[in-house]
Ligand binder design. Sequence first.
Ligand code: MG
Length: 120
Amino acid sequence: MTFDAIRAQIVAFRDARDWDQFHQPKELAMALSIEASELLEHFLWKSTAEVEQRIATRREDIADELADVAVYLIELADKVGVDLPTAIQRKMAKNALKYPVEKAKGSNKKYSEFTEEGAS
Ligand SMILES: [Mg+2]
Protein backbone atom coordinates (compact mmCIF):
# COMPACT_ATOMS: atom_id res chain seq x y z
CA MET A 1 0.00 0.00 0.00
CA THR A 2 1.40 3.41 -0.94
CA PHE A 3 1.60 6.37 1.40
CA ASP A 4 -0.97 8.24 -0.71
CA ALA A 5 -3.39 5.31 -0.43
CA ILE A 6 -3.00 5.25 3.35
CA ARG A 7 -3.52 9.04 3.54
CA ALA A 8 -6.63 8.72 1.35
CA GLN A 9 -7.98 5.93 3.58
CA ILE A 10 -7.54 8.10 6.68
CA VAL A 11 -9.25 11.08 5.04
CA ALA A 12 -12.10 8.89 3.72
CA PHE A 13 -12.64 7.41 7.20
CA ARG A 14 -12.84 10.93 8.68
CA ASP A 15 -15.06 12.35 5.94
CA ALA A 16 -17.52 9.42 5.99
CA ARG A 17 -18.20 10.32 9.63
CA ASP A 18 -18.31 14.09 9.01
CA TRP A 19 -15.48 14.53 11.52
CA ASP A 20 -13.49 17.09 9.54
CA GLN A 21 -15.38 19.78 11.46
CA PHE A 22 -13.79 18.49 14.70
CA HIS A 23 -10.34 17.70 13.33
CA GLN A 24 -8.73 21.14 13.45
CA PRO A 25 -4.93 21.37 13.59
CA LYS A 26 -4.87 22.03 17.36
CA GLU A 27 -7.10 19.04 18.06
CA LEU A 28 -5.07 16.80 15.77
CA ALA A 29 -1.82 17.89 17.44
CA MET A 30 -3.32 17.18 20.86
CA ALA A 31 -4.64 13.79 19.73
CA LEU A 32 -1.18 12.95 18.34
CA SER A 33 0.42 13.77 21.68
CA ILE A 34 -2.21 11.80 23.62
CA GLU A 35 -1.68 8.74 21.44
CA ALA A 36 2.10 9.07 21.90
CA SER A 37 1.46 9.08 25.64
CA GLU A 38 -0.67 5.94 25.32
CA LEU A 39 2.35 4.35 23.64
CA LEU A 40 4.57 5.49 26.51
CA GLU A 41 2.22 3.92 29.04
CA HIS A 42 3.37 0.51 27.83
CA PHE A 43 6.90 1.30 29.03
CA LEU A 44 6.40 3.58 32.02
CA TRP A 45 8.15 2.45 35.24
CA LYS A 46 9.47 -0.70 33.60
CA SER A 47 13.04 -1.96 33.53
CA THR A 48 14.71 -2.73 30.20
CA ALA A 49 13.92 -6.42 30.74
CA GLU A 50 10.28 -5.63 31.56
CA VAL A 51 10.02 -3.47 28.43
CA GLU A 52 11.35 -6.35 26.33
CA GLN A 53 8.77 -8.66 27.94
CA ARG A 54 6.00 -6.11 27.30
CA ILE A 55 6.96 -5.84 23.64
CA ALA A 56 6.96 -9.61 23.29
CA THR A 57 3.58 -10.09 24.96
CA ARG A 58 1.70 -6.95 23.87
CA ARG A 59 3.08 -6.35 20.39
CA GLU A 60 -0.37 -5.91 18.80
CA ASP A 61 -1.46 -3.36 21.43
CA ILE A 62 1.80 -1.46 20.89
CA ALA A 63 1.25 -1.64 17.13
CA ASP A 64 -2.22 -0.15 17.64
CA GLU A 65 -0.73 2.81 19.52
CA LEU A 66 1.96 3.29 16.88
CA ALA A 67 -0.78 3.28 14.25
CA ASP A 68 -2.84 5.79 16.25
CA VAL A 69 0.18 8.12 16.34
CA ALA A 70 0.79 7.65 12.62
CA VAL A 71 -2.87 8.22 11.70
CA TYR A 72 -3.02 11.54 13.54
CA LEU A 73 0.41 12.53 12.21
CA ILE A 74 -0.64 11.83 8.62
CA GLU A 75 -3.99 13.57 9.05
CA LEU A 76 -2.38 16.63 10.66
CA ALA A 77 0.21 16.90 7.90
CA ASP A 78 -2.58 16.64 5.31
CA LYS A 79 -4.64 19.24 7.16
CA VAL A 80 -1.83 21.82 7.20
CA GLY A 81 -0.74 21.16 3.62
CA VAL A 82 2.51 19.36 4.39
CA ASP A 83 3.56 16.50 2.11
CA LEU A 84 4.87 14.20 4.81
CA PRO A 85 7.20 12.03 2.67
CA THR A 86 8.81 15.19 1.26
CA ALA A 87 9.06 16.74 4.74
CA ILE A 88 10.70 13.59 6.09
CA GLN A 89 13.21 13.52 3.25
CA ARG A 90 14.03 17.21 3.73
CA LYS A 91 14.44 16.77 7.50
CA MET A 92 16.63 13.70 7.09
CA ALA A 93 18.89 15.75 4.80
CA LYS A 94 19.11 18.41 7.54
CA ASN A 95 19.83 15.69 10.13
CA ALA A 96 22.62 14.34 7.94
CA LEU A 97 24.24 17.78 7.96
CA LYS A 98 23.79 18.12 11.73
CA TYR A 99 25.06 14.62 12.41
CA PRO A 100 27.80 13.81 9.93
CA VAL A 101 28.85 10.16 10.20
CA GLU A 102 32.45 11.06 10.98
CA LYS A 103 31.35 12.99 14.08
CA ALA A 104 28.20 11.15 15.13
CA LYS A 105 29.00 7.48 14.59
CA GLY A 106 28.80 5.66 17.91
CA SER A 107 28.19 8.92 19.78
CA ASN A 108 25.12 9.92 21.79
CA LYS A 109 26.06 13.61 21.78
CA LYS A 110 23.69 16.30 20.53
CA TYR A 111 24.95 18.07 17.41
CA SER A 112 25.59 21.27 19.38
CA GLU A 113 28.14 19.36 21.47
CA PHE A 114 30.28 18.55 18.44
CA THR A 115 31.53 22.14 18.20
CA GLU A 116 32.17 22.25 21.96
CA GLU A 117 34.30 19.12 21.55
CA GLY A 118 36.31 20.82 18.81
CA ALA A 119 36.72 24.00 20.86
CA SER A 120 38.13 22.29 23.92
MG1 MG B 1 -4.60 4.77 21.26
